[in-house]
Design a protein around this ligand. Structure first.
Ligand SMILES: Nc1c(NC[C@H](O)[C@H](O)[C@H](O)CO)[nH]c(=O)[nH]c1=O
Ligand SMILES: CC(=O)[C@@H](O)COP(=O)(O)O
Length: 164
């Protein structure tokens, strides 16, 4: 598979805008906390490494990935933010519950982004097993949290360029 051949968080060949002017929300699901914690560390450090002031990063947790949509909505309703990053990890179980959560949060995150005309980033791992999740949360396939942070910076910058 193509995924096996690349680090999904390799941004060495892309230009990342300076994020010094931007304010970011991060909503983190508590389910699979070891994984989501690693995603969060990657996202937070990436924001800071690209110029975000630590006082401009607003972090909140929610019980599970299904609640990420509501968490992003609450943040955008109550705080002046340039983008929100949603971090979660959904691992396939024995039933179709996985499908319903993944579809709900993917669609929900998109809907909240459109509702507020603000970037809401889908930083949610949806994996068959824990190993796949570990590989994408700081393992051999990079860190989806880093990818989500870079995406948030780029989209916040795009929004600012076209808004001004
Ligand atoms: N199984 C996983 C869940 N399940 C919980 C849901 O996200 C939700 O909190 C519950 O259905 C109540 O609304 N959440 C994850 O983030 N990851 C999972 O693997
Ligand atoms: C993916 C999930 O929702 C997790 O709770 C596993 O659920 P189940 O084994 O009941 O499908």
């Amino acid at each position: 598979m193509a995924t096996q051949l690349k680090n999904l968080s390799d941004f060495s060949n892309t230009t990342i805008p300076n994020a010094g002017a931007y304010r970011f929300g991060i909503v983190v699901a508590e389910w699979n906390a070891k994984i989501t914690g690693a995603l969060y560390e990657g996202a937070y450090q990436s924001l800071v490494d690209n110029g975000t002031l630590e006082e401009n990063i607003f972090t909140y947790s929610v019980p599970g990935s299904f609640e990420l949509t509501t968490g992003a909505d609450i943040l955008l309703k109550n705080k002046n933010l340039d983008a929100v990053i949603c971090l979660g990890c959904v691992i396939q179980g024995e039933t179709r519950h996985f499908d319903f959560i993944c579809n709900a949060v993917a669609n929900g995150v998109s809907n909240v982004s459109i509702k507020y005309s603000k970037p809401v980033i889908f930083g949610v791992l949806t994996t068959d097993n824990e190993q796949q999740a570990e590989d994408r949360a700081g393992g051999k396939h990079g860190n989806k949290g880093v990818e989500a942070a870079v995406t948030a910076i780029k989209m916040a910058d795009l929004n600012k360029q076209l808004h001004d």
